[in-house]
Design a protein around this ligand. Structure first.
Ligand code: NAD
Length: 353
């Protein structure tokens, strides 16, 4: 997408507050299903153009994620251009909150890369249109527990599709990234009887896993992990990990993980299909997080209700994989089609209300 092509978006707002140094862009891709929901990324972009490209891309992705998760939310996202370690202050976050408030609820913000629950607590002092706050401030807190639960449900659906049973006992799952999501995913896998191989670049994450789950086999890096005879690959760290190079060494029959934007290029989805690898679209697999965030925003947060909704990721994944098989297309194409159909059908009803 060209940086000047925001024609698919409903609204793009440039925010500047000289006093606090805030420079942010809020992009509302669509409100067809409801208020646009998506996190705020705080990142030291090289240029404003790079920040704009990112926010346009991310907000469009949120429209698909929210639609397929069955939420009454459209897609939006925001970026704050700066170094969170240096530039993040209460004044800046509150100035940002006032910009969110100025949109009158068309955009609802939450955490993303570089922003945390305590940041949303500051934002919440200026706007109601925020989620992902700390439990101390009445929020739901960290969303990674339900994200990991959703990844596990998607994995079970993929196992049923590929092997005819949801059972993961005796399967080897490779988890790359033992951060907030990866660490919560491992107990689900072990409880299901899977063998787990894992890696992380952070020695502290490795040490924590070795102490808590000595049965997990730890390997040096993701390259070793994907070539170590795994049945399922669960990328739970950075994006772009599925590329031409990994395709050559990937052992797994299923890829199902939490990381956002796993495909280095959209064409990799087709390459995976050709190679006989069942790729579960990342934005479906990791939607437990946004389901939690929506539950917090839409009413008093209820963990059990959000958990029940996250359980729905099993059926959604199964439906996507079946449709892809039936239509001879990739799971990504099938997921996109289902999301677009819901936006077109339900969005029309929403406008009549
Ligand atoms: P995190 O920062 O807590 O954990 C990421 C972990 O990956 C860290 O331990 C880090 O050391 C490790 N890592 C970084 N580079 C690595 C590499 N090359 N190889 C192996 N490990 C590496 O992040 P998280 O919240 O666990 O999120 C993981 C992924 O899931 C991210 O892509 C995130 O965008 C996505 N996601 C998270 C949530 C959520 O609720 N936390 C929701 C949706 C999507």
């Amino acid at each position: 997408m060209s940086i000047f092509d925001a024609s698919g978006h409903e609204q793009v707002v440039f925010c500047h507050d000289p006093e606090s140094g805030l420079r942010a862009i809020i992009a509302v891709y669509s409100t067809a299903l409801g208020p646009a929901l998506g996190g705020t990324r705080f990142y030291p972009y090289a240029s404003e153009e790079e920040a704009l490209t990112d926010v346009l891309h991310l907000s469009e992705g949120m429209a698909y994620k929210n639609a397929i998760a069955g939420l009454d939310h459209g897609g939006g996202k925001a970026v704050i251009w700066g170094d969170p370690g240096v530039d993040k202050t209460e004044a800046l976050l509150r100035a940002y909150g006032r910009f969110v408030e100025s949109l009158g609820g068309r955009y609802v913000t939450a955490c993303d890369v570089g922003t945390y629950v305590e940041d949303m607590d500051h934002v919440a002092r200026e706007t109601r249109h925020v989620s992902g706050r700390s439990p101390e401030s009445g929020g739901a807190g960290d969303s990674s527990i339900l994200t990991a639960f959703g990844v596990f449900q998607a994995m079970r659906a993929a196992a049923q599709h590929r092997w005819g049973a949801v059972d993961l006992a005796g399967r080897t799952v490779g988890v790359a990234g033992l951060g907030k999501v990866g660490r919560h995913l491992i107990p689900h896998l072990l409880e299901a009887g899977a063998d787990v191989v894992a890696c992380d670049v952070d020695p502290a994450a490795i040490g924590r896993t070795a102490a808590n789950h000595p049965q997990v086999r730890l390997v040096a890096d993701a390259d070793e992990l994907i070539a170590s005879g795994i049945h399922i690959y669960a990328p739970c760290a950075m994006g772009g990990v599925l590329n031409e190079s990994t395709l050559k060494t990937l052992d797994a029959e299923i890829v199902c993980g939490a990381a956002n934007n796993q495909l280095a290029e959209p064409e990799v989805a087709v390459e995976l299909e050709r190679a006989g690898v069942l790729y579960c679209p990342d934005y479906v697999v990791n939607s437990g997080g946004v389901i939690q965030v929506a539950d917090e925003y839409d009413g008093a947060f209820d963990f059990k209700r959000a958990e029940r909704r996250t359980l729905g990721i099993f059926a959604t994944t199964a439906r996507i994989l079946e449709r892809a098989k039936g239509e001879g297309t990739t799971p990504v194409a099938a997921a996109n089609a289902i999301a677009e159909e819901r936006i077109a059908a339900v969005g029309r009803l929403q406008r009549l209300r």
